[in-house]
Ligand binder design. Structure first.
Ligand code: PGA
Length: 249
């Protein structure tokens, strides 16, 4: 049985005061609920969140550089994240792919760098609305995962997680139905990882995209959905608590 993970992706949100409050509340959930709870604050808030929260809360970053320490103004390296105490790092979030034009190859290099430095990558993948309408969802996901497999080998996923986030569902209020999401998760586990059956069985695949307190339970009840990556709803502590409770059932 894969223990469920619920990760709040706070994106570029929160004042110092908000972060202290959210981290404290998330830490209480991590300590009391039968699921693993994590949060990804903006990088500048990571240390503060770690200091404020119960030690059972996983704290991660939203991105990392694809290279080691050196002349890359504005970047944050994976080793810096490790030193700060990060447990995981999101790589390839669709907002990074869209606004920073991150390619599959670059995302794969970030994934590799994170693992080499000792922080768990959470690989975000997902199709756009146009890609879904054109019927190429599976091709897109295959390509996004293949870039990492080519660079790191399939066994690298033994120490990683995947977040399936259909781009059309992120921040839009449109959620994939539980059946739609389950079909894609089953494809990822059964098809993209068919050459590594043992690993596929333990691979954690989170769903993300407009998960809320009122749809989380149905999504998390699906056989291949191992929790969620939560954006907007993670900024509302009571809502986030409802989602964590749905995962702990
Ligand atoms: P959302 O964001 O829950 O606001 O749709 C999810 C994400 O981008 O990780």
């Amino acid at each position: 049985m894969r223990r469920k993970w619920v990760i709040g992706n706070w994106k570029m949100n929160g004042s110092t005061r908000d972060v202290l409050d959210w981290a404290l509340r998330a830490g209480q959930l991590a300590a009391s609920e039968a699921c693993t709870v994590g949060v990804a604050p903006a990088a500048i808030h990571v240390t503060m969140a770690l200091g404020a929260a119960d030690k059972s809360l996983l704290v991660g970053a939203q991105d990392c550089a694809a290279v080691t320490n050196g002349a890359r103004t504005g970047e944050i390296s994976a080793e810096m994240l490790v030193e700060a105490g990060c447990h995981f790092v999101l790589v390839g979030h669709s907002e990074r792919r869209q606004y920073w034009h991150e390619t599959d190859a670059l995302v794969a290099r970030k994934f590799k760098r994170a693992q080499e430095a000792g922080v768990t990558p959470v690989l975000c993948i997902g199709e756009t609305r146009d890609e879904r309408e054109r019927g190429v969802t599976e091709d897109v996901l295959r390509r996004q995962v293949a870039a990492v497999i080519e660079l790191c080998g399939i066994e690298a996923f033994a120490a990683a997680a995947i977040a399936y986030e259909p781009v059309w569902a992120i921040g839009t209020g449109l959620t994939a139905t539980p059946e739609q999401a389950q079909a894609v998760h089953a494809f990822i586990r059964g098809e993209l990882f068919k050459d590594a059956a043992m690993l596929a069985g333990s691979l954690r695949i989170l769903y993300g995209g407009s998960v809320k307190g009122n749809n989380a339970a149905e999504l998390f009840a699906q056989a291949d959905i191992d929790g969620g990556l939560i954006g907007g709803a993670s900024l509302v502590p009571d809502e986030f608590a409802t989602i964590c409770r749905a995962a702990a059932r």
